[in-house]
Structures are given as C-alpha cells and as structure tokens.
Design a protein around this ligand. Structure first.
Ligand SMILES: [Fe+2]
Ligand SMILES: [Fe+2]
Length: 185
C-alpha cells in the first residue's frame, strides 16, 4: 500500500464503512505489522542481552519472558480472529444485506468470542505495561546503550500500533458486530 493510500485509510471514518472493509484494513495493516514486528523486537532484545555483560540479567530475563508469552498469545489471538471471528462477522454482514437468515456458527452467541478477544486485548496491554515498567529499571552502560535504545524504540512502535489496533477492534469493530448480531431474530 502506498503512503498516500495509507494516509487516506487511516483517516477513514470506520464507524461508517462496511465491516468487511474494516476487517481487511485491520488484517493488512495491523496483523501484518505484528507478524513482522514481534520477531524483530525479540531479536533486538537478544542483541541488548548479549551486550549487557550481565548487569541487568534478572530484568532482561523477565522482559524476555513477558515478550515471549505475549507474542505466543498474540499469534493465537490473530489466528482466532482471522480464521473464526472475522469470517463470521463478514458472513453476518452479507446475510443481513441480502435478507438471509443468520449463518451457522459453531460458537453459539456472538458475544462469547468477542468477550474472549476483548479479554485477550487486556492481557496484551498488561504485558506491554509490564515490559515498560521493567525497562524503566534497566541500568545503562556505555556499550549497551545503543542496543537498549533500539529495543525501546521497537517497543514504542509496537505499543503505538497495538493501541490503534485494539482501538479499532474494541471501540468500533466489536460493538458494531454485536449490534449486527442483534439485528437477527
Ligand atoms: Fe486483531
Ligand atoms: Fe484483537
């Protein structure tokens, strides 16, 4: 996607566009970002740990643990959205537009998987806050500082993107999907 297209898309009023279009935007923009950013951040943390010479061993070990757990959880979260929930929301929107009955769902009420996704977003935000808090206690030293800055700037970018991503899902996509679900008898 070109920069110009990105600028137009990021200014889109997603409360008014079809959900299928919003979902496509979330997957292309935010899910793709995460898939590339998480391994990159892990590498930056490995580099920082290698150069640390044992001064922050305990903190770096804990940050690594939080990052690995968060990445694994996020990977499964994205899979659930892309393979189960998002296709169902798209099929619901299509059915309503064509006056068709509610499509079959293997997970019962729509509110259950949505609540699960919302809870998982909270876990991600807690993990980010934990990594931020731990990072604030790291002791700097001359040789290690550039590697730390690389890691912290990667963490910043990740946090910004996740905030935007979860805002689109928690405040726009999922409330609209619940509303859509409620329109079927
Ligand atoms: Fe997502
Ligand atoms: Fe999500």
């Amino acid at each position: 996607m070109t920069t110009a297209t990105q600028a137009v898309k990021s200014e889109t009023d997603w409360t008014k566009r079809p959900l299928a279009e919003l979902i496509q935007w979330i997957v292309n923009e935010h899910h793709s970002f995460l898939e590339a950013a998480l391994p990159r951040l892990r590498q930056k943390l490995l580099d920082a740990t290698r150069l640390d010479c044992g001064r922050n061993t305990h903190l770096l070990r804990e940050i690594t643990q939080v990052l690995i757990t968060m990445s694994t959880g996020l990977h499964e979260h994205l899979m659930k959205e892309e393979s189960v929930l998002f296709p169902y929301v798209v099929s619901l929107e299509k059915a309503l537009a064509h006056g068709k009955p509610r499509p079959y769902t293997p997970f019962g009420k729509m509110s259950s998987p949505i609540s699960l996704m919302e809870d998982e977003h909270k876990d991600v935000h807690s993990a980010l806050a934990r990594m931020r808090a731990l990072s604030n206690h790291l002791v700097l030293h001359e040789h290690w500082e550039p590697a730390l800055r690389e890691f912290l700037s990667g963490l910043d970018s990740l946090e910004k993107d996740i905030n935007q991503h979860t805002h689109l899902e928690d405040n726009i996509l999922y409330p609209r999907a619940r509303d859509l679900d409620g329109q079927f008898k």
